[in-house]
Each structure stands twice: as structure tokens, then as C-alpha cells.
Design a protein around this ligand. Sequence first.
Ligand SMILES: NC(=O)C1=CN([C@@H]2O[C@H](COP(=O)(O)OP(=O)(O)OC[C@H]3O[C@@H](n4cnc5c(N)ncnc54)[C@H](O)[C@@H]3O)[C@@H](O)[C@H]2O)[C@@H](O)CC1
Ligand SMILES: Nc1ncnc2c1ncn2[C@@H]1O[C@H](COP(=O)(O)OP(=O)(O)O)[C@@H](O)[C@H]1O
Length: 497
Amino acid sequence: MILEKNQIAAAEAASGKTETQLMELAGKRCADTLLHEYPENDSFLILCGSGNNGGDGFVIARHCLAANRQVAIILMLDDIRTPAAIEARQKLPDSCLIYGYQELSETQFQTMAQRYDVIVDCVFGFNFHAPLPDFLRSAFRWINQQRLPVVSIDLNSGLEADHSLGDPDALHSELTLALGALKPVHLFSREHQKLDRLIPIGLGFAEPEASRWIQMDALQVTRLLPRLHDNDYKNTTGRLTVIAGSPWMAGAAQFNLEAAQAMGCGMLHALVDPAVYPILQAACPHIVYHPNTLSEADLTALLNQSDAVAIGSGCDHLANLETVLERVLHCSSVPVILDAAALRCLARHPEWLNTPHGDWILTPHVGEFSALCGRSVEEIQADRIRCAEEYALAHQVTLVLKGADTLIISPEGLRCVNKTGNPSLAKAGSGDLLTGMIAALAARGLTPMEAACCGVWLHGKAADKAIEKTSLYGVHHKEILAGLDAFLFDHQKELWR
Ligand SMILES: NC(=O)C1=CN([C@@H]2O[C@H](COP(=O)(O)OP(=O)(O)OC[C@H]3O[C@@H](n4cnc5c(N)ncnc54)[C@H](O)[C@@H]3O)[C@@H](O)[C@H]2O)[C@@H](O)CC1
Ligand SMILES: Nc1ncnc2c1ncn2[C@@H]1O[C@H](COP(=O)(O)OP(=O)(O)O)[C@@H](O)[C@H]1O
């Protein structure tokens, strides 16, 4: 379950518990987790803020003291502002060591931080908004530089709940305990690299009625995958046209096509430069090839017989890409998946986006997205969700913003962050496989958002399967396709009715 900041109050009210009761529950469960995760003689230094996140820290301190652990609290901000936190502070035993950060010298603070085994970060929770005050920025920066073991409660202080980043000096934790539900920022853990491990702590919250967040897992994906029926025929299992490859870049077309075939696509047509045809014919003999010089009428006829079109992978040297792309975008009534050179071409023709169009799935990496949306890479990385959502909504496209934690946004603003995959995919050609997979799923009848979410999840899962048998270095397209097949084989029964 994922809750945005403005949905938390409703979840809290629906739970029937008061703020104090929730804080007691959260603090107890966090303390139990800490006591379980860290051995008996480990001591805890709890950094508390002024809100309820700080209040959680007081409850944790009480339970850890009761378990005979050595505990000290540092109040990082001057006042304690919320009634529940004030109450929790009052329940602390007199024996609890409590210091004010402002009263400690820098050396005293640093000595304490190093003397305790674990720092428990209760400075800010979901109501933090960047930037960090300067005095906390320097304290956090120092803790991060020393690589001290930190456990963050709910959110790493300095991260913002609903955004992918927050303040760049947010605390780095080895463990974060997410309270009640995941917040959007937890989904971007690989990207912001601020937390190594996440444990959800349940508080009995119910799933919100309407959520913008889609979560994919094996069950969800196998439910979405099209079933094969005994009387299926090549024209009923997805007809896909791929426009890919060009002289010096034939492999991109091969990867599109092999991935689409692995995804069960029944009928594959490829529009290619005649110079690469002999190579592709040898590599993928089961495809029907057409020259990229096809007449307008023949191209339209081909598009009319397709259930989806993929265009752009490795098309950098395709002489007439612009003409073909414009025709595809304006004539095709089926989903079009745009990748690589097609995205760069689209960036040069923003007017194509501003006229009413069909279902387009754009699959840029951040550099390509920067060219499309006119923002710098840094600006996008600082707030991927907002930049991607603004673009998808304004131009009515399904956007797949690739990278670790690939973000997928539908034209209606539905969001999905992918959690499968590993750095074996950080290799040229991985994106070509993804395009083929998404296109095949769209050709087989999934909606653009379903095809994008399912394709991205399976692409990552295939890489996860691949590294069970091959080293991270050694994984290449064959291992990814074998990984995909291994997953599909495991779910064979669900795919055949
Ligand atoms: N409602 C819930 O679902 C529960 C919430 N709990 C805890 O409550 C937390 C949220 O508590 P709060 O709403 O009090 O908010 P926080 O604890 O996130 O603290 C926000 C406080 O910090 C201040 N602040 C925000 N940004 C700042 C900045 N840049 N510089 C200086 N000060 C800044 C705010 O003005 C506010 O006083 C959660 O993260 C969680 O730890 C738990 O107690 C249990 C259940
Ligand atoms: N560190 C990583 N973790 C997970 N996935 C990754 C990682 N690096 C790259 N990928 C995935 O690999 C693919 C790379 O695509 P792209 O950059 O377009 O490569 P190419 O165009 O050369 O095929 C994307 O789907 C991306 O999300």
C-alpha cells in the first residue's frame, strides 16, 4: 500500500485510533524491530525533531530503556510542538538522558554520535519540506561522511514523502522503518541511494479507495498477461510492426524483434534499411521484412494490419526516419511505442505532440527525456515524478522514464515505480529489449499503461532471473531473454486456457 501525504490523515481517522494511540503502536513496533535487528549490547542514540516523528523517538526510547538498553536522546530542534509528542516526552523515565543539540558543542555531538552503536533518526517524518536548516545539514553531512549506522523512522530525515528526492543532504540509513504504509519516496530508494533496507511497520491502515499508485508483482503481471487458447492463430496473438535498426546499428532491430517474439507476439513485420536486411534475415528468419522505402500507400496498408507499432530503436542512420515517423504518428490508430531516435526526432517536432493523437508510449532514458521536455537532467532527477507527470498529462502520452526505479505515468496521471531489475541492465541494448517487450504486450491487447507496467516489470524480472545463473558483468541479451522465458515457464499453467 502506498499513501501520499494528503491521504494519511484519512487513513489515520479510518483506523479509529487517536494520534497518541498510533504513536504508541508505531513506537512499540519500531522498538521491537530495533531490539530484534541489533544485538543485546547495542546502544541507541535517538535524534528527535519537533513533530510526531520526534514523538515516535520518545516512545522508542522508553521501550528500549525498559529492555535494559543504553539510550540517549538529542533534541535536534528547540521545541516539541505536537500534543502527542509532548505526551510521549512526559512518559519518559527520569533516568533517560536527554540533551539539547544547541547546548552541545560540535565535538560533544560528534563524540556521542560515535560512542553509541546505532543512531535512530526521528528528526523529520512525512511533513518535512526541503531544504534542511543549515545546522542540520552540516550535522547530517558529517554523519553521512562517517558512514555511521543510522535507522530512520518512517522517512530518512531530509527526504520528502511525495517526491523522489528532497534535500540532497538527507540522512543515509542502513535501515528505514516505514510506518503504516509506504510513501512515494520509498519507491525511489535505488535512485536516491539514501536507504539500504526498508521494513514496513503495519499500523492497521486500510487501502485508500482511490490510489494513483499502481504496484506490480508476479501475481498482477500473470493476471494481465494474455492467455493462449487452443485455437489461437498467428493473427490472434498480436501483429506487431517494428521500425528499427539502420546501417551500423542492426542489432537494435534484432533485440526489438527477439524480445517481441519471446513475449509471444504471433506476427512480426519489420521495416528496415535494405543494407541491414541480410543481417537481420540471418539473425531473425521468422520475420516478414519490408524496405524502409515502402510507398506511402503500402506503409499505410502495413500499419492498418498491425495491432501495435514500435519505432526508433537504432534508427539513428535511417535516412527517412522523420517522414516514416510522421506518417506512423498521424496514420496509426493502434498504440505506437517510441524509442531512441524516434524520441529525438519527436523532440525536434514538438508540434506533433500538440495535435490530437492516438495511444503513444514514450520510453526515454533521462537524457532523451531532457531533450523532450526541455529541462536539464539535474532538474529532472531532483523531481522525477513531477517532471514526468507534467509531461505525460500535458501531452497525453504514457511515459516510461527509464533507469533504476523506472517510473511509468499514464495520460490520466496513474503512476508506477518499478522495483525489479538490477545493474546488469546498465548495458547498451537493454532498452531495445524493453521496447520489443512493451510493444508485443500492446500488440497482444494490453492497454498502453498495462503494457508499459507489465513490460518494465518483466524486463527487470528477466534480469533478476539472469543473475541467478550469470554474473552481473556477463549478462547480455540472450541471458535476459532466457530469464524472461524462465519466468514465463514458471507460470505456464496460468498462460494457457
Ligand atoms: N499519522 C500517522 O499516520 C502516524 C504518524 N506518526 C509519525 O508522525 C510523523 C509525522 O509527524 P508530523 O506531522 O508532526 O511531522 P514531522 O514529524 O515530519 O515534523 C514536521 C515538523 O518539522 C517542521 N519542519 C518541516 N520541514 C522543516 C524544515 N525544512 N526545517 C525545519 N523544520 C521543518 C514542521 O514545521 C513540523 O513542525 C510521521 O512521519 C510518523 O513518524 C506516528 O506517530 C504514528 C502514525
Ligand atoms: N542500474 C539499473 N537498474 C535497473 N535497470 C537498469 C539499470 N540501468 C539500466 N537499466 C534499464 O536498462 C534499460 C536501458 O535502456 P537504454 O538506456 O535505452 O539502453 P539502450 O538504448 O542502449 O538499449 C532501461 O530499461 C533501464 O531502465
